[in-house]
Ligand binder design. Sequence first.
Ligand code: PLP
Length: 371
Amino acid sequence: MSGYFLYHSIGTFPGKNRAMSEALTRFSEVWSAEDDGQWPAALAARQTFIEHWERCIGAAPGTLTTAENVTAALFSLIGSLPPSYLKGRRILVAADCFPSLHFLLAKLAERFDFQLDTVPLRPGEAYVRDEDFMAHWDKSVGLALLTWVTSTTSHRCDVAALAQHGRQMGSLVGVDITQGVGIAPFQVSDDTSFVVSSSLKWLCGTSGAGIIHVNPRILQECEPEFRGWFSQTNPFSWGLDDFEYAPDARRFDHGTPAILASAASLPGLQFVESTGIDTLRSHNLKLVRRIIDHAQTSEWRIVSPLDDDRRGGSLMIRMGDHVDVQSIVSHLRDRKLFCDARGQIIRLSPGIVTTEADVDLLCQGIQELSA
Ligand SMILES: Cc1ncc(COP(=O)(O)O)c(C=O)c1O
């Protein structure tokens, strides 16, 4: 018996080991067969992964492709934009965005001649409020990068309202959906210019299985500088002066695609699709509300939004400065209760394999160990 609260890191589902083993065995059989069937089968598996993702977020066929990770997807996108979107303009991002993306943008600012504008947290607050983000957003913003659900507090921003504002400001709007997809409903809209994500959290896939979706309205304008033979409709068009971008999201491909992560992630995507986000969400909500009840009776400081509609699937709790949080996490591990911490904040993400009894044991553990 163990209690799993790490869906913000790696998602899981009943039977994951077996389903993944079967998928990887199928892949190994095809890949090691001494015939010429490897690539057709491998590319078909990758295409199935892409189509699952398109259905998952309501993206039109041909608007989504794979990326190694979210950072790489954003890098590819930035390098694809016509200069008018970025040159001399601002990229707006919140202070609680995923740091990796901020690291990337801070480095790219000089070469692409944009100013990186980071909307700060209010003193004493743990997430950037939508209203503060909007207050910083005027017509000088060429691109705003929204973190749909944050990894530090599980704050869920109102993408529809922010993206509509973005349209009025003439800005591109990108959304990082990594922490929310698979546990809360998300559909692309005409106001979102692109979406980036990985598959390994609530979608229960593996690392290496990132994606990028680009709105068909801007897709044709995008000319990724990170390009290669697979960016073409026909990868075997090898005339050195005949390069032509594919008309769809394949233009964001470059070298030989990494297939293995797509194949290994398919069971997770299939599980989420067949179970349904509503079912997964209602189980998660029941458990998160139970943690909230424990936290409120224990007077722990919840730093996640209390409004269910403004929160992803996690609940974050800030422990007092005197508490040795790493030691709590480690003692909980000894009891086979798995969570993690960032600084003084404990991150708790219960999913479909987590039970109410696990929540009670975990909360009693935190109570006892922090006393
Ligand atoms: C909000 C968010 N974005 C992105 C990532 C991951 O980015 P990358 O795939 O580049 O490692 C994470 C990982 O925890 C995340 O929480």
